[in-house]
Design a protein. Structure first.
Length: 400
């Protein structure tokens, strides 16, 4: 029995949204928009809160995670949450420091994010090579529409007087940049003079979501202070206000979003499945194969059978899975990926494309590492993300 996915996204179907918030006050600003009963859960040693948001065009299943600050932590948390919940939309919502063409209380929607700490140390000093991560064109277009209407302000307690929405690039690094008279800010000003805001997580977030091409991701930040005069504005307690405005804009965007034309369906077993019977017969321990079965194919009997491998050199499916897991445990992900691609092509076509995509990710990682485009911490994050994705695909083999 061969199973084929047959699924078409329709406007009235539920969309899964993952929202990441580095700080508790940002988390609080987001979850207050969730309707019905909110539920807390722990998945893979990480705490999440889930709820529902009903928009004009879609009902959203919302998953919220507060992973903390810094790019590496955000990248790992984003990757794990994507693998766990398979969202179609991923948002990073919170506060930031203003740099250019913004004022306190404004909302910045990031068209892209730069990691200002990427580069290369040379004998002549640090050579900046800021990595840029670009976000969803479809969500940016929707953000542009929402920004032209003050309706989003009605979702705030103070109606956000004089607040503007600015769309443009931002920068991220693992330092709190307090003021402008320091080497870090001067480095940013020299190499990224066009950025609108500065924060600490969008680089890791962008690095993670760019590996999932079917996702639509966006960063939305409320300006809580300005890099010039940060100490004074911190005392004015703008952080809760800025977080509330960022969350208000994010949910107004979801409310107005009509995503039927661009949101990809999730590969879920609850989707409609078309079953196509072939001419294979199973007789006790003997296997008779029809014309469309080849060596290495898996014959399934019913929906939940783990199947039998026909003449596979890898032995049983379970043995093959254990072999792949052992390779990953020994740090041989590079060798495991092509084996998974070959096996999926023959035995599990639904996983073949994700396996090929994972192979492309590994090749891209190796290329960037050899060219010095990734710092040591970025290499660690990228390798961990690919390994996590590889283990997830191997786990899906066992579920078949």
């Amino acid at each position: 029995m061969i199973l084929h996915w047959s699924f078409h996204f329709t406007p009235d179907m539920e969309v899964t949204v993952l929202i990441l918030t580095p700080l508790p006050l940002e988390y609080d600003a987001v979850v207050k928009h969730l309707k019905q009963e909110r539920k807390s859960l722990i998945k893979n040693a990480a705490a999440y809160e889930t709820g529902t948001f009903v928009g004009e065009h879609h009902t959203y299943a919302v998953v919220v995670r507060e992973p903390g600050m810094k790019n590496v932590d955000m990248a790992l948390a984003t990757e794990r949450a994507i693998l766990a919940f398979q969202p179609q939309i991923v948002l990073l919502v919170g506060i930031a420091g203003g740099v250019k063409d913004v004022k306190i209380g404004d909302v910045v929607v990031a068209s892209s994010a730069f990691n200002y700490e990427s580069g290369k140390e040379t004998g002549d000093g640090f050579l900046a090579r800021p990595a840029e991560y670009v976000f969803s064109e479809a969500l940016l277009a929707q953000a542009q529409i929402v920004s032209r209407n003050p309706a989003w302000k009605k979702r705030t307690d103070d109606r956000a007087p004089a607040a503007a929405v600015v769309i443009g690039p931002i920068a991220a690094g693992d330092k709190v940049v307090a003021g402008t008279n320091n080497p870090t800010f001067q480095h940013i000003l020299k190499n990224l003079s066009h950025i609108k805001a500065l924060e600490m997580e969008a680089g890791g977030f962008g690095r993670s979501v760019q590996s999932h091409r079917h996702l639509h991701a966006l960063v939305i930040r409320g300006i809580s202070d300005l890099c010039a005069g940060k100490a004074e504005t911190d005392q004015q307690n703008w952080q809760p206000v800025a977080a509330e405005r960022a969350a208000a804009f994010a949910f107004e965007l979801l409310d107005q979003l009509e995503g039927a034309d661009f949101i990809a369906p999730r590969p879920n077993t609850a989707m409609n499945i078309r079953e196509e019977k072939n001419k294979n017969n199973l007789h006790n321990s003997q296997i008779q194969a029809g014309n469309n079965v080849h060596i290495g194919d898996i014959i399934h009997q019913g929906h939940h059978s783990s199947g039998v491998v026909v003449g596979s050199s890898e032995g049983s499916v379970e043995q093959f899975i254990e072999g792949l897991q052992n390779m990953v445990a020994r740090g041989k992900s590079k060798e495991a990926i092509p084996k998974l691609c070959h096996f999926a092509k023959t035995n599990n076509p639904a996983l073949h494309e994700p396996a090929l995509h994972l192979s492309d990710r590994w090749k891209d990682f190796e290329r960037k590492s050899l060219m010095g485009m990734l710092s040591q911490s970025e290499q660690t994050v990228a390798r961990s993300q690919i390994t996590a994705a590889l283990l997830n695909l191997i786990g899906q083999l066992r579920e078949e």
